[in-house]
Design a protein around this ligand. Structure first.
Ligand SMILES: Cc1cc2nc3c(=O)[nH]c(=O)nc-3n(C[C@H](O)[C@H](O)[C@H](O)COP(=O)(O)O)c2cc1C
Length: 183
């Protein structure tokens, strides 16, 4: 059993990337992992805007990150990069706060034109936080899924397979790290 945190970065209440977060969380919980989700839009806006590093809500969220062996960032692409609200939270994470954690980025976008935002925006962001084990991300275009508050449907079944494959890889790497730590 691994401890995994999902950081959901969309400011929208009815959100594709949040639906994907729930899908990933369900798979991970079914596999017996302990999973917490930080939905950034639900953190107190004042804490984020005024960078209240030590507010109770921010402390609680930071503890979830600190205790996790892996971080899954699920976010829309905004203006060819990450949404500001996601950045306001990541700015409050301590320097090198992702050290020794496996990071898996999942990004949704309106168009394939910003596929490379994974490489030039999201990966440098997690890298500066100390992440060195960054899994190949998954980029999902809006037309490849439909969603409601309750469930997600994959119009393109390859996306579902790629997400499941990536989660398998993440769990294998976590197991290997845990075995190495015991030895
Ligand atoms: C303010 C804003 C900026 C966006 N910028 C981009 C963009 O640069 N490239 C892109 O492909 N999609 C862009 N989109 C579309 C979203 O990334 C896409 O619809 C995403 O799936 C929304 O995720 P969500 O439903 O979880 O918020 C933008 C949407 C908004 C609202």
């Amino acid at each position: 059993m691994s401890n995994i945190v999902i950081i959901s970065g969309s400011p929208s209440t009815l959100s594709r990337s949040s639906a994907i977060s729930t899908f990933l969380q369900d798979i991970l919980v079914t596999e017996g992992n302990q999973v917490s989700t930080i939905t950034v839009r639900n953190l107190p806006p004042e804490d984020l805007i005024y960078a209240q590093f030590n507010s109770p809500a921010i402390q609680q969220a930071k503890t979830l990150v600190e205790q996790a062996a892996a971080v899954i960032i699920v976010s829309p692409v905004y203006k060819a990069s990450y949404p500001g609200v996601l950045k306001t939270f990541l700015d409050l994470i301590p320097e090198k706060g992702f050290t020794d954690k496996i990071v898996f980025p999942v990004v949704t976008g309106g168009t394939f034109a910003h596929l490379l935002s994974l490489e030039y925006a999201f990966k440098p962001l997690v890298s500066v936080l100390g992440a060195r084990e960054i899994l190949e991300g998954v980029y999902i275009v809006d037309s490849q899924i439909t969603y409601t508050e309750q469930e997600i449907t994959f119009v393109d079944s390859e996306i579902e397979q790629r997400l499941k494959f990536a989660i398998d890889q993440l769990l294998i790497q976590l197991q290997q790290k845990e075995m190495q730590a015991i030895r």
